[in-house]
Design a protein around this ligand. Structure first.
Ligand SMILES: [Mn+2]
Length: 428
């Protein structure tokens, strides 16, 4: 089933298809002169998917307030319907990543609902950064690294439950992010705390099915403001090394200090076989959770430049997971997620336009200017006709936001979904 009337999407596309065809042909001719076959790039884009985080379809908030949106999803089944709208119109988001316990429901019902909407499930996300009702031990002073063994055990058991739910719904990965750290110098013993982290995660790792991956996500700061246990990619790499072959590092673009060279971190993790995947978003100051590509699209392109470089070189075992992770405070989350999925696709397509042979030549001859110009040439190319054609050929919308607004979906669901001011937006 489709959430939006398919005939409405075709009508929207009919009004745009003639212009799109002309733009696509013009771009095809231009790329042909550069030795690039537009059809190949389009096929890559069409095959590309980025997962939607279930919490992303709700309106987010900040530490100060949350302003509810109209027709917000009430539960995971509403969230899956919103995710299906995004997939129907963009054809770029075939999977949803669940967060437990926020999305806890009967696994068979989850699987049935997703299948009926044509969606699959991506990585499972555990939550030991907040206390749940009726929880025996508090995470106020930590979870997997807590000084108390019973609290650590509770956090471990929660992760084991996430694996069990994931197995039942066809997920193949667990992502762990913890807020553990300290707010004061001297509050914790760095080494003993990290020893406890490794001990806890080793127990979780040992319960991982053979065909699963474990992703650990680093974050420089927040909620702990003096020190964070898994604060950077170096610590994250140590964890993946300690745990074993199924353990990988997850890179959330917002979890770095401003101006950190994230694309180089990506290259390092590729080189040593430990790049697990991404949480895409954008930021100006810290972990802002702004829409992907909204602040620094060139950085997103440079990250994809590394990914496409690895893909082109057929790096063994290279298969990172791609997911959005952002918070929508002032926009309709469905619109933001559609635009963001397309921004990720755009960076992916542009990275295929890099003349890698020429780039390598410029690097070898130390021609810095021509090397950087080679990248810029790819980045400056407007690949929108490629993205739109890939969508149109898969019955998606040439202009997803226009089709979505015309459909009146938000107003329709608002009739059955009451405004809730307290519901958590969830930013991880
Ligand atoms: Mn994240």
């Amino acid at each position: 089933m489709t959430m939006i009337d398919a005939s409405l999407v075709s009508q929207e596309n009919d009004a745009r298809s003639a212009e799109l065809k002309r733009d696509y042909e013009a771009l095809g001719e231009q790329l042909d002169r550069r030795g690039i076959a537009i059809e190949e790039i389009k096929n890559k884009v069409a095959a590309y998917g980025v997962a939607i985080p279930s919490w992303g379809v709700g309106t987010g908030g900040t530490r100060f307030a949350r302003f509810p949106g109209k027709g917000e999803p009430r539960h995971i089944f509403d969230k899956l319907e919103d995710c299906a709208v995004i997939q129907q119109l963009t054809r770029a988001t075939p999977r949803v990543s669940l967060h437990i316990p926020w999305d806890k429901a009967d696994p068979a019902s989850l699987k049935d609902k997703a299948a009926s909407l044509g969606l699959g499930f991506d990585a499972m996300n555990s939550n030991t950064f907040q206390d749940q009702d009726n929880q025996s031990h508090s995470y106020k002073f930590g979870s997997l690294t807590h000084t108390d063994a019973a609290t650590r055990r509770q956090a471990i058991d929660h992760n084991l439950e996430c694996i069990e739910i994931g197995k039942a719904i066809g997920s193949e990965a667990l992502t762990i992010w913890i807020g553990d750290g300290a707010n004061f110098p001297g509050q914790t013993h760095f080494i003993r705390q990290f020893e406890r982290y490794l001990e806890s995660t080793k127990t979780i790792y040992s319960a991982l099915p053979d065909d699963w991956k474990l992703f650990t996500e680093h974050k420089i700061f927040e909620p702990a403001f003096y020190s964070t246990v898994v604060q950077d990619w170096g610590t994250n790499y140590l964890i993946a090394q300690e745990l074993g072959d199924k353990a990988y590092c997850l890179v959330d673009l917002g979890h770095h200090a401003p101006n950190v060279n994230i694309e180089m971190i990506v290259a390092r993790l590729i080189q040593f076989g430990k790049l697990g995947g991404f949480h895409f978003n954008d930021s100006k100051y810290g972990d802002d959770d702004l829409d992907t590509g909204s602040i620094d699209p060139y950085r997103l392109f440079l990250v994809f430049n590394e990914l496409v470089d690895a893909e082109t070189r057929n790096v063994s075992g290279f298969d990172p997971a791609h997911m959005l992770d952002q918070s929508h405070n002032v926009t309709d989350p469905i619109e933001s997620l559609m635009i963001s999925a397309m921004e990720v696709q755009r960076a992916y397509a542009q990275a295929f336009l890099v003349d890698r042979q020429a780039l390598e030549g410029h690097q070898e001859s130390n021609d810095a200017l021509m090397a950087t110009t080679t990248l810029k040439r790819a980045f400056r190319t407007d690949v929108e006709p490629i993205l739109a054609m890939a969508r149109a050929e898969k019955n998606g919308a040439i202009d997803p936001v226009s089709a979505y607004r015309t459909s009146g979906y938000r107003a329709a669901v608002a009739k059955t979904r009451p405004e809730v001011s307290g519901a958590g937006g969830g930013i991880v």
